[in-house]
Design a protein around this ligand. Structure first.
Ligand code: NAD
Ligand code: DAU
Length: 365
């Protein structure tokens, strides 16, 4: 039985990972530590209840004292650090929170791990990072683990800084770290400010589909469950101090992706009277596409070479883009309450009105 601290476990990838690990390792104790920023949603974890195998703690990874207390009380075996400010557009509008969480937060987490673990070989600090640290590609080539860092947005620069700190703690203190750099994820529970859920929800509601610039920017799309499986494998077998690239082998131009979302939604709704009554629309949803002002400093192309994780750990993406996108659209069709509560802002009350009340009830039982 392991005790795993999962930071940022109420966000998109973090909550998918928590649910994945819960199913795969039922006796591990999972402690989710999350600040519940706008991107954290405890509703994602509502199927879990507090007990010996699961605990949620609300807190900021920048807060050394609270982390220190957790480490003092629980014999933590592994940390998986998902906690971050993750949206590029927000980093352009206001970079400060990105420096605070992604840089200073990762630093505090590393300090706590160093204090309690030192160079212990039995422990594991897995830092979840992004391919954006490598900058932008031209029409050809791939990011490998040897590609020099060249971050372009404040988000990417803050993640690059955190990766360098993680690397330095291995080289200087022998802290048992490993870093993953992944491409664009999509799937259930993704906050609807990101391209995929934004386009699905707007297309359902018959709202404009804003495509930045000329729509020719390329991203490498990975279904989130495949990312979770990769992290599990790196946690278990990845070599200390190493970095592993993770990608979907699914390069898509943004405009092609949005066109595909429109076609699948048109097709799904025209085959289902209930759904077409709920989301009425005449004509093709491609007509909702609008080209808008480009994102400043918009990286042109990302593409991952994941030969290292394939060869060393035997990981491969299992979802084709065709399968993953259909599964994702179905999830948003089946869970309208989840995204409607985000749009209305109601999801922000979940912790106060439901989670805390349940805890109080449980304690007074
Ligand atoms: P997200 O924005 O959906 O979730 C981030 C979570 O971190 C939220 O639950 C939020 O409440 C929490 N958080 C934010 N600041 C915190 C703080 N100071 N202390 C504690 N918790 C805090 O992000 P995501 O898309 O799930 O990304 C998770 C991680 O994976 C990030 O580190 C991101 O850089 C990385 N990543 C994301 C993608 C992607 O496509 N989404 C791809 C590669 C890597
Ligand atoms: O590559 C990994 C990264 O992928 C992660 O590190 C980030 O956390 C994650 O947010 C994601 O970053 P992107 O900037 O690539 O994701 P986003 O969904 O914001 O945008 C994807 C592409 O779509 C990008 O080229 C910008 C474009 N876009 C985005 C939005 C929100 C649009 O054209 N219109 C939009 O409305």
């Amino acid at each position: 039985m392991r005790k795993i601290l999962i930071t940022g476990g109420a966000g998109f990838i973090g909550s998918n990972f928590v649910l994945y690990m819960r199913k795969r390792y039922p006796s591990d104790r999972i402690i989710v530590f999350d600040k519940l920023t706008y991107a954290g949603n405890l509703e994602n974890l509502k199927s879990l209840s507090s007990g010996p195998e699961y605990l949620f703690i609300k807190g900021d990874i920048k807060d050394f004292e609270i982390l220190d207390r957790i480490f003092g009380k629980e014999e933590i075996d592994a940390i998986v650090n998902f906690a971050a400010e993750s949206h590029v557009d927000r980093s352009i509008l206001g970079p400060k929170a990105f420096i605070e969480t992604n840089v200073l937060g990762t630093f505090a987490l590393l300090e706590v791990a160093r204090k309690h673990w030192g160079a212990s070989k039995d422990k594991r600090f897995l830092h979840v990072s992004t391919d954006e640290v490598y900058g932008s590609l031209g029409d050809t080539g791939y990011f490998t683990e040897a590609t020099p860092y060249s971050p372009n947005s404040p988000y990417a620069a803050s993640k690059a800084s955190s990766d360098h700190l993680v690397r330095a703690y291995f080289h200087t203190y022998g802290l048992p770290v490993v870093t993953t750099n992944c491409s664009n994820n999509y799937g259930p529970y993704q906050f609807p400010e990101k391209l995929m859920p934004l386009m699905i929800i707007n297309a359902l509601k018959g709202k404009n589909l804003p495509v930045y610039g000329d729509g020719q920017n390329v991203r490498d799309w990975l279904y989130v469950e495949d990312h979770c499986r990769a992290i599990d494998m790196v946690l278990d077998k990845g070599r200390g101090g190493e970095t592993y690239n993770i990608g979907g082998k699914n390069e898509k131009k943004n405009i092609d992706l949005v066109n595909e979302v429109c076609s699948i939604i048109d097709e799904r709704l025209s085959a289902d009277k209930g759904l077409s009554a709920r989301y009425p629309f005449k004509g093709s949803r491609k007509g909702l596409i609008h080209f808008v002002k480009d994102r400043p400093g918009h990286d042109r192309r990302y593409a991952i070479d994941c030969a290292k994780i394939e060869k060393e750990l035997g990981w491969r993406p299992e979802h084709s883009f065709e399968a993953g996108i259909r599964k994702t659209i179905d999830w948003y069709l089946e869970n309208p309450g989840w995204w409607e509560r985000i749009i209305s802002g109601e999801y922000r009350d979940y912790y106060e009105t439901q989670y805390k009340e349940r805890l109080v009830e449980k304690r007074s039982e």
